[in-house]
Design a protein around this ligand. Sequence first.
Ligand SMILES: [Zn+2]
Ligand SMILES: [Zn+2]
Length: 348
Amino acid sequence: MEKDEGYSSGDDEPGFRSSMILNSSNLSFGEDPNAYKKDKACNVCSNSFAVMGSSKKHYCKFCFRGVHASCSKHKAPDRTGKNVRICDRCYQKAIQDQVKDNLQKELDKVNAELEEIKKSMNTEKDQRKHESYRRDGLERKLEEMKAENLRKEKEFNDQSERLKKELKTMEEDIEELTRILASADLEKKQRDEKIASLKQEINYLQTDTQTDIDKITDLKRLIGEQENENENLIKELNSHTDIPGEVENPLSRANLLDSLKQKVSNAKDSQKDLKKENENLKKRLASLREENTSKKAEINKFEEGGMQRKRSMSKMSADIKELETQIEFQEQEIARLQEKLNNSRTLK
Ligand SMILES: [Zn+2]
Ligand SMILES: [Zn+2]
């Protein structure tokens, strides 16, 4: 509205466009508010106001220079916020500044975002690094555990192998002992059979001896009877010899005497034979008794051997029992180790 020395503000002219997009911060002001008074030409197009003739003279409320209306078609907010004339030169500069400002702001924003991204990337990187360290540590630990497990497994396998070998040796020992026992049984059976046969033989011998004793008794009885008969005959002979008067026929008496003498001689021979036979029988009896004694001694010896065999067999049985107990224990030990091994595998 201000009019001074032919200059018009022209703020109220129609078609005058106000620019709402311009910020007051992008608008600058000239140093001399009266600068337009000396201007003879338009500060935008440089054409003289005199040449334009009828063209109204205006001035820019920002650079305070004289301009044509056609060279200042925009409005912009002044210090008080009121929309006032701005020359095209100031307008373009303000627009450029604003665009530059906006670009700068955008750039700052982008930079800030970039910074933020960088920061978060660094954080992520750190985290990844940390994760990596942690993973490395865990992997190392895992490797160590694996190695430890392998070592344990090997140890268990070795121990198991050793126990199996021991078990095998024990089984072989038992087999050997069983074989010995079987052969001992056989030997015992053979001995028992031999003893039984010897006992039977002794029985036979005893029966024979009894028969011999009976025979001897009979012979003794016969000898006794013969001796009695001899005595009677001698008595009879003596009675005949002592009383000669009773014998009427000397010849018959002599014959009788001869016959008696012959009888006595025969009886004596017979007695001698019997005695001889008796001696033989006694000798045989003695030899039988001797044989019997030696057989009994032999039987005793066998029986003693049998007792020893029995004792060693019972000791072997005890040994086998002990080995069986050991085997059972070892089997339990193996089962326990196997379980331990399985557990360790499951853990892995
Ligand atoms: Zn102009
Ligand atoms: Zn201007």
